[in-house]
Design a protein around this ligand. Structure first.
Ligand code: NDP
Length: 449
């Protein structure tokens, strides 16, 4: 064991030495590699083939200039990226994020996570991620369109239905995917529907893709709770975020009979003791593109609190972070545990810091890690690709049924490997080991490429 621990430490040192300023990337590599030590121990061939050293190096990273003109006629320049991390088990697949915080460290962390998440789905997709430091907030539709067209004018040469298939993420929803697809189609002069996922249902999108990440999170959490004989019905749930993942996590939690009492955006959170009125949230966020603060104006019992971090001080049975990375730190984890939280399900990518995860595990809180629990989105994107290849559209029920089955399989395989290699309830280790083994074995089969 000491030998493999040292091997992992050497690789972590290498990551730090090469990219000392990429903290998010270092953290995610550490999270994955430290948990696969028992697997490495039983499979020394991975070390001989330098699989870890190969996995931490992206197959390709593209950065590019994105020039565009705003409504005042002023020229704006943003930076665009695509990280093509690993294509062992299929074309690169992963979202595009448009947010001012976007940098290479964040995209490499997301791309690395994506490789393993995609492997967990059991579907033939590799891992990638991309985006830009462009902020769609406060921009007109016209400005967003000009930006998307410029972004795609460069990205087009790096993607394709069998090469790399981007999708949405923070700041990239149906509107942006529409503009991106339109420009791709215009430049290529070819209707390659499978080049992007998250498309509108009228132009080869999949029914249930919009709902998939949030619904999938709840399917996973339900499997985890059922195994412990805990009923979701009647539980109080705290959700952060009010975007795509949060909205449909709230919807499915309510369908399962839970009471969701919060949601948030990057300015603050609302607490509604009667349970969140989801139609009102959809109207504010999806129709008006407004701020969550507006909710309190029409719901007298609801309280609005400036600052989103304190959402974790609200008493609940289940916490579902669905906004962004590192939103639950050790202090927030302590507040949740002190208030009696029973389970945490990660809807966002890496929303809990490493010390927060350790604290949950020490306190025996059931913990559903992002790469397993939020894999429903990308799984349904792969189902969208399958429908595009077939030139058919499946019904909502068919897609949702497959999603439910995929989330069950992910839970069961993570649980099985947790039992085989780690603490039986450690789904972090279980998910990492399941995914790592699949990717590593295929990399071995492909030889040194
Ligand atoms: P959206 O852009 O639809 O929503 C993001 C939400 O999080 C918004 O409410 C936003 O508030 C809030 N938010 C963003 N940045 C911050 C921040 N720094 N602090 C606090 N709140 C913030 O994104 P998604 O719902 O699609 O994605 C949410 C998370 O889920 C991300 O981590 C994403 O990577 C992950 N994810 C998404 C998938 C998908 O299918 N969409 C699939 C798997 C993972 P505001 O409006 O103020 O910006």
């Amino acid at each position: 064991m000491a030998d493999m621990k040292q091997y992992v430490q050497d690789v972590l040192d290498l990551v730090k030495k090469r990219d000392p300023d990429q903290e998010e990337f270092q953290n995610t590599v550490k999270e994955v590699l430290t948990t696969v030590v028992p697997l490495l121990e039983k499979n020394p061939q991975y070390k001989e083939a330098k699989i870890l050293e190969r996995m931490i190096e992206a197959e390709r990273i593209i950065t590019f200039r994105v020039p565009w003109q705003d409504d005042k006629g002023e020229i704006q320049i943003n930076r665009g990226y695509r990280v093509q991390m690993n294509s062992a088990i299929g074309p690169y697949k992963g979202g595009l994020r448009f947010h001012p915080s976007v940098n290479l460290s964040i995209l490499k962390f997301l791309a690395f996570e994506q490789v393993f998440k995609n492997a967990l789905t059991g579907l033939p997709i590799g891992g990638g991620k991309g985006g830009s430091d462009f902020d769609p907030k406060g921009k007109s539709d016209n400005e967003v369109m000009h930006f998307c067209q410029s972004f795609m004018t460069e990205l087009v040469r790096h993607i394709g239905p069998n090469v790399d298939v981007p999708a949405g993420d923070i700041g990239v929803g149906g509107r942006e995917i529409g503009y991106l697809f339109g420009q791709y189609k215009r430049i290529r002069d070819s209707y390659d529907a499978g080049v992007l996922t998250g498309k509108g249902v009228d132009y080869w999108g999949s029914l249930a893709r919009t709902e998939a990440t949030g619904y999938g999170l709840l399917y996973f959490v339900k499997n985890m709770l059922d195994a412990k004989g805990i009923d979701l019905k009647g539980k109080t749930v705290v959700v952060s975020g009010s975007g795509n993942v949060a909205t449909y996590a709230i919807e499915k939690a309510q369908t399962f009979g839970a009471k969701v009492v919060t949601c948030s955006d990057s300015n603050g959170y609302v607490y509604d003791p009667d349970g969140i009125d989801l139609d009102a949230v959809k109207e504010i966020k999806q129709v008006r593109r407004g701020r969550i603060k507006e909710y309190a104006a029409t719901h007298p019992k609801a309280e609005y609190h400036e600052g989103c971090k304190d959402v974790w001080t609200v008493k609940c049975d289940i916490a579902l972070p669905c906004a962004t990375q590192s939103e639950i730190d050790l202090e927030s984890a302590k507040a949740l545990v002190a208030n009696g939280v029973q389970a945490v399900g990660e809807g966002a990518n890496m929303p809990s810091t490493l010390d927060a995860i350790a604290y949950f595990q020490q306190n025996k809180i059931l913990f559903a890690p992002a790469k397993a629990a939020n894999a429903g989105g990308v799984a349904t994107s792969a189902l969208e690709m399958a429908q595009n290849s077939e030139r058919l559209q499946w019904t909502f029920e068919e897609v949702d049924g497959k999603l439910n089955g995929i989330m069950k399989n992910i839970y069961e395989s993570a649980k099985k490997n947790a039992e085989a290699y780690a603490d039986p309830d450690d789904l972090v280790a279980g998910a990492n080991i399941t995914a790592f083994k699949k990717v590593a074995d295929v990399m071995m089969v492909h030889g040194l490429v």
